[in-house]
Design a protein. Structure first.
Length: 311
């Protein structure tokens, strides 16, 4: 492709990783939407943050019914189970306002006094103590506290989705037999094999194989002593006769048939599945960098303002 085996191998591997990553990401996102993983995880984290207890500490349910938290619900749900259209994301500033208003508003001391859970009350008191008696700063501290808690929740969700993505990518790699090590070996050895086929040592073999492949072929066209594109084209024909034309799939070539090839296939599947953990955007950026072969560097951007006539 680029007259460089190293670059060709890199592009083949990155393309394989990119294709499987895109498919795995799409399937994982479909599972997340259908099974409502984000909504369910956010609900669990929200309950844990506010120490939800239906009998003693119902603050979490009251907040979830607030229009700023769940704008698509009626706000009259008696439990989390009966609530429809649960939010998948919550803005921290809107949470702070809803939190303050749900507890009656008024002065911060009155708001803190209405918190029933002792652990939650201690946390909010600490936020008020660092607010310098400023209500707006107090609300901002509540928003920051909520953001920090959601960051931990996002970490749990990300680890879970990465495990699902890895599993999905592994199934895809096995189902389609995405044997990247076999692909790389074929791309890496092709230039050397073609060079050997073009030597005079294989002159008779080239002529005989081309004659068998295409009886109408002129035997003189298979003269391996030829140079240039014609000789390379003949060598490619012979290479395709000698080697399977397939690079992936459960077909001759990439299909494992002995212990060594099975080791290579299993390693390739695990490599492809592990590569999806970096995400499709990562491999797309790598592909852009690999295929950017200009020796002059990036093209400079044009100035938005034209130069002055004096310049």
């Amino acid at each position: 492709m680029f007259n460089s085996a190293v670059i060709d191998v890199a592009i083949v591997m990155v393309l394989s990783f990119l294709a499987v990553s895109l498919a795995a990401s799409a399937i994982t996102e479909a599972f997340s939407s259908i099974l409502k993983w984000r909504e369910n995880d956010l609900e669990k984290g929200f309950k844990a943050l506010l120490n939800f207890d239906p009998a003693k500490h119902p603050l979490a349910l009251e907040l979830y019914n607030h229009a700023l938290i769940s704008p698509l619900t009626s706000g009259t749900a008696k439990s989390f189970e009966t609530m429809e259209h649960k939010p998948a994301y919550i803005n921290s500033e809107q949470f702070a306002v809803a939190f303050y208003n749900t507890l009656g508003g008024g002065s911060p001391t009155d708001v803190i006094g209405k918190i029933q859970d002792p652990q939650l009350k201690a946390a909010i008191e600490a936020l008020w103590a660092t607010s310098s008696n400023d209500v707006n700063k107090f609300k901002k501290n509540i928003a920051i506290w909520f953001d920090n808690s959601m960051d931990r929740l996002s970490g749990w969700y990300k680890r879970w989705t990465q495990l699902v993505s890895f599993s999905v990518a592994l199934v895809i790699a096995v189902f389609f037999n995405v044997n990247v090590l076999y692909e790389s070996a074929q791309i890496w050895t092709r230039p050397g094999i073609i060079a050997d086929l073009q030597t005079s040592h294989y002159k008779d073999d080239l002529a005989n194989l081309l004659r068998k492949t295409n009886p109408k072929t002129d035997p003189t066209a298979a003269d391996a002593s030829k140079k240039g594109p014609a000789a390379e084209e003949d060598a490619l024909k012979i290479f395709n006769v000698l080697e399977p034309a397939f690079l992936i799939g459960w077909v001759e070539g990439p299909e494992p048939h002995d212990r060594r090839s099975w080791y290579m296939a299993i390693a390739s599947w695990l490599l492809v599945a592990g590569a999806t953990l970096f995400g499709a955007s990562f491999w797309f950026d790598i592909l852009q960098r690999v295929t950017h072969l200009k020796g002059t560097g990036l093209k400079p951007e044009r100035s938005a303002t034209p130069p002055s006539p004096d310049a």
